[in-house]
Design a protein around this ligand. Structure first.
Ligand code: ZN
Length: 101
């Protein structure tokens, strides 16, 4: 199997460099030192899915439940999403949506 080229410098002087937590092969670029994973699965969530996730969050579903429903994993990652997306998106009106359930 040929080594994938480096996504940064496109050099093909890449070597296997262990695995990431999901078990995927990780590579290291000998040219620029960049570490990368071929065909990363953490693809950007498309806009529609994001909007759906936001609506589901409004329904007070759990992040894990939403992730299962829309079949993404990124919203589990605190680095990718704000810690409190609802507060950030809808301002400080705390409790305004409460009591409806
Ligand atoms: Zn490189």
């Amino acid at each position: 199997m040929p080594m994938p080229p480096c996504p940064d410098c496109t050099s093909e002087r890449t070597v296997k460099n262990g695995h990431i937590h999901t078990g995927k092969q990780r590579y290291l670029c000998r040219n620029c030192g960049r570490q990368f994973v071929e065909n990363p699965t953490n693809k950007v969530i498309d806009k529609l899915t994001r909007e759906l996730i936001d609506r589901l969050l409004l329904e007070r579903l759990s992040m894990a439940g939403i992730a299962r429903a829309v079949q993404v994993s990124e919203i589990m990652s605190p680095a990718k999403r704000p810690r409190h997306p609802l507060k950030l998106r809808f301002g400080p009106k705390k409790g305004a949506a409460d009591g409806a359930m």
